[in-house]
Design a protein around this ligand. Structure first.
Ligand SMILES: *Cc1c(COP(=O)(O)O)cnc(C)c1O
Length: 433
């Protein structure tokens, strides 16, 4: 419907208390920003490792009238009436996630990955208890004990680091730190680590020092779901995740745990940290878990991995240094120091030419965390739009050309034109324009 027609129709309605105006008519400012964002997501090559394109089914569930419903509590034990449909939705989400990850218990209510982590801490730690996680600047996450996060304020936090020469986690080093610190909880999992983490080795160390063990699989959950990445579930007391990264669901969090921790964990999420669950998001999580059980999703994850390897190999060919020398998962961390450009400069330059990635600290980065010497690249989003290895090679070449020829306006124009051609060949959300 054209905007004029909509206006006319809206104008004829009496103010009955019903909100019948469309977004475009009622709030063109927001509508324009949404439309512009749709174009941005179509027109740019998105290499942000934590982003993805959800399906239309996920979008529909997420944009549904379930947003109207209060359902504090859990299926069968709610604090509001009229929750029978919500129970169906949450049970579907829980049972699908339990099947997908072979987990004993699932909580799908955390509004985000950060809340999921905090819920685990709240359920098993007392303020002042010791927590051991991967150092933020070495690939860890803010919520694993950074001083600026609540985790670093309420708990005594310690960190282990990657080996500065190899870029790999060194499990002997982790054991040493764990023995010295004697934490109550050990956390494995990262935001910018491109290698497989040895969950069994972590579990042994946790056992040795009498610690509980939690894995935050936010980045790798999609690959874990289809068995293309070792699962942390058999090894950890708790596994937390986001649902919106490689798992390609709505923005949100979830927690898997063993039966004996279930009751305390559920109480930590609600009423410990949250009020009413976002039932529209939980519905979209259920849809995403169903998608994750399909053959298509398995092939998608295979391609995410193949693409990351192709991108890494080609960048290496072109003289880029990769932290740890390569990748086992969906992401690549470039060490840009030999290219004479900072992470911040590279991020700005590439985005202007149509390639969106994020600056990222490298282990023991000489630059501060706003500048950085690294660039993190990931393949989940470009793979969702159907790109394969030949396109990864092309993207690597474009990144190289852009960085090498950044002072040459003819080169910049050429890169922009190539990006345009590439994104036009791989449309997203075609019928939603
Ligand atoms: C993204 C991420 C989170 C946080 O998720 P939010 O939904 O942004 O709160 C937590 N842990 C890790 C390892 C992550 O990569």
């Amino acid at each position: 419907m054209r905007v004029e027609e909509e206006k006319e129709k809206n104008g004829k309605q009496k103010n009955s208390g019903k909100q019948i105006k469309t977004l475009a008519v009622f709030d063109p400012q927001v509508a324009r920003a949404v439309a512009a964002e749709m174009r941005r997501q179509q027109d740019k090559i998105i290499l942000i490792a934590s982003e993805n394109y959800v399906s239309q089914a996920v979008l529909q569930a997420q944009g549904s009238i379930l947003t109207n419903k209060y359902a504090e509590g859990y299926p069968g034990a709610r604090f509001y009436g009229g929750c029978e449909n919500m129970d169906v939705v949450e049970e579907l989400a829980r049972s699908r996630a339990a099947a997908l990850f072979a987990a004993e218990h699932v909580n799908v209510q955390p509004h985000a990955g950060a809340v999921a982590n905090l819920a685990v801490y709240l359920s098993v730690l007392k303020p002042g208890d010791r927590l051991l996680g991967m150092e933020l600047a070495h690939g860890g996450h803010l919520t694993h004990g950074s001083a600026v996060n609540v985790s670093g304020k309420y708990y005594q936090c310690f960190s282990y680091r990657v080996d500065p020469r190899s870029g790999y986690l060194d499990m002997d080093e982790v054991r040493k730190v764990a023995r010295r610190v004697l934490p109550r909880l050990i956390i494995a999992g990262a935001s910018s680590y491109s290698r497989i983490i040895d969950f069994a080795a972590f579990a042994r160390i946790a056992d040795e020092v009498g610690a509980l063990f939690m894995v935050d699989m936010a980045h790798i959950a999609g690959m874990v779901a289809v068995g293309l990445h070792p699962s942390p579930v058999p090894h950890a007391h708790f596994v937390t995740s986001t649902t919106h990264k490689t798992l390609r669901g709505p923005r949100g969090g979830m927690i898997l745990c063993r039966k004996d921790f279930a009751r305390d964990l559920d109480r930590a999420v609600f009423p410990g940290l949250q009020g009413g669950p976002l039932m529209h998001i939980i519905a979209a999580k259920a849809v995403a878990f169903k998608e994750a059980q399909t053959e298509d999703f398995y092939r998608y994850q295979q391609n995410v991995l193949k693409n990351a390897r192709a991108l890494a190999e080609e960048l290496k060919e072109l003289g880029f240094n990769l932290v740890s020398g390569g990748t086992d998962n969906h992401l690549v961390l470039l060490d840009l120091r030999n290219k004479g450009i900072t992470g911040q400069e590279a991020e700005l330059l590439l985005d202007e030419l149509g390639i969106t990635a994020n600056k990222n600290a490298i282990p023991d980065d000489p630059q501060n965390r706003l500048i950085t010497s690294g660039l993190r690249l990931g393949t989940p989003a470009v793979t969702s739009r159907g790109m394969q290895e030949p396109e990864m090679k092309q993207i690597a070449a474009l990144i190289n050309t852009a960085i090498a020829g950044r002072k040459d306006s003819i080169v910049r124009t050429r890169v922009k034109r190539e990006v345009k051609k590439l994104v036009a060949a791989f449309p997203v959300y075609q019928n939603m324009r």
